[in-house]
Write a protein that binds this ligand. Structure first.
Ligand code: ADP
Length: 396
């Protein structure tokens, strides 16, 4: 069996796959670790259990996971040796990791050297690997990076026009995120179209709480909307997306804000929430916009405008566009956003069938109209499965 782990600072997601990845045997989410109201949801054998109890730290969370998998009434593992390998999600691999890799002492040291790029995320990812090494000794661990897929970006896309020493000596460059999702979705889209991914120029729109627009040419990421950090590109739930950095100087020098206050604005108080003043949740923004709330309507228009503009830029960067792919919470579920994004893309050959766009949940992933020159698809993302696929590949 293959176990996948997605360990955040206050959450742990796990999924247990059969060896051939054909079946999900068990899965779980442990949330609010170290906080009041900690809980665990565990699914196995067609049933679901919920546990509410104090979960002080990651160590306790991994104990609960191990207990759920091996000792509870839902136990699906008789002995830890039935786990062949464990795949871990890591947010930032810097420019050290260009692909998923088998964990060794050297890899752990390199991973620690990448903490400076993702101080909020990488420590939790590393802690997750260490927990597994402790609780499942001898079982190989594989680490899969959100940034690795984007390491194929050419220099003109990943080097900022800042003093070159910042890039060369300090790693200041565009890294990009959501790479595991984009890679999975791009391959799934090529499979759906029955075309080799090597022949396709695609734009993948990963639209969740975080948003990545990714240009994928021949199966390789050639440009991506997130950068050194995770608030540039297009607006997101609470993150600003692109804005003039001169505003940061203005907020600090003229308005007397601290850099921490500015950081909170960029990451937590902007995007859909900042403009609407109501919510970072697209469902709420969409509902209120339809009811006539002008700020929610504006938040929605800004969101789709930046996505549309970025798709156009990436079609130019790739000198063509064969497929446009929507994924993640908003991309998979929000017909309004898909419709508004595509409405201005006729010039590129994108044309969707509004009727089919409304029927995606009924199993109609190809929403293009008959005349469209570009295939527009809705593809559910599955980062855990991508991690499991990489884990199996590396074992063999
Ligand atoms: P995360 O980045 O946290 O993994 P998700 O991929 O789960 O995020 O996406 C969360 C977003 O998806 C939220 O903005 C939520 O409102 C939106 N979303 C989920 N379902 C729908 C829906 N039916 N219609 C519109 N938006 C939706």
């Amino acid at each position: 069996m293959i176990l996948t782990i997605n360990c955040g600072s206050s959450s742990l997601k796990y999924r247990l796959f059969s060896e051939d990845l054909a079946a999900v045997i068990a899965s779980g989410l442990i949330a609010r670790i170290g906080e009041a109201g900690a809980y665990c949801e565990h699914k196995a054998q067609g049933r679901q259990a919920e546990i509410h109890q104090p979960i002080p730290d990651q160590d306790a969370a991994f104990d609960i996971m191990a207990d759920n998998l091996m000792h509870s009434e839902f136990a699906v593992i008789g002995d830890p040796s039935e786990i062949t390998a464990i795949g871990h999600r890591a947010v930032h691999g810097g420019d050290v990791f260009v692909a998923s890799t088998l964990v060794s002492d050297e890899v752990m040291a390199q991973l620690r050297s990448c903490i400076r790029f993702a101080p909020l995320h990488n420590p939790a990812n590393i802690a997750g690997i260490e927990e597994c090494q402790k609780k499942f000794p001898g079982i190989p661990n594989v680490v899969v990076f959100d940034t690795a897929f984007h390491q194929t970006m050419p220099p003109e896309a990943h080097v900022y026009a800042l003093p070159y020493e910042l890039y060369e000596k300090h790693g200041v460059r565009r890294y990009g995120f959501h790479g595991t999702s984009c890679r999975y979705v791009a391959q799934a889209a090529a499979d759906m179209l029955s075309r080799p991914i090597e022949d396709l120029s695609m734009v993948v729109c990963h639209l969740g709480n975080g948003v990545t627009i990714d240009a994928v040419k021949g199966g390789r990421s050639v440009d991506t909307s997130l950068g050194f950090g995770t608030f540039c590109g297009v607006p997101m739930g609470t993150r600003a997306g692109e804005f003039d950095p001169a505003i940061i100087f203005h907020l600090v020098k003229e308005m007397g804000m601290t850099i921490e206050e500015v950081e909170a604005i960029c990451y937590k108080k902007s995007g859909l929430l900042g403009v609407s003043g109501v919510s970072n949740d697209m469902r709420e923004v969409e509902k209120r916009a339809a009811e006539g709330d002008t700020r929610c309507a504006l938040a929605l228009e800004i969101f789709v405008y930046h996505i549309r503009k970025t798709i156009g830029a990436y079609a130019a960067a790739m000198n063509g566009l064969d497929a446009l792919v929507f994924t993640a919470g908003i991309g998979e579920n929000c017909a309004t956003v898909r419709s508004k994004v595509c409405a201005g893309l006729g010039v590129l050959g994108v044309q969707i069938d509004e009727g089919i766009n409304g029927m995606v949940r009924d199993g109609h992933p190809n929403i293009s109209s008959a005349e469209a020159r570009v295939a527009t698809l809705v593809v559910p993302t599955d980062e855990e499965r991508m991690i499991a696929i990489d884990t199996v590949d590396l074992l063999h």
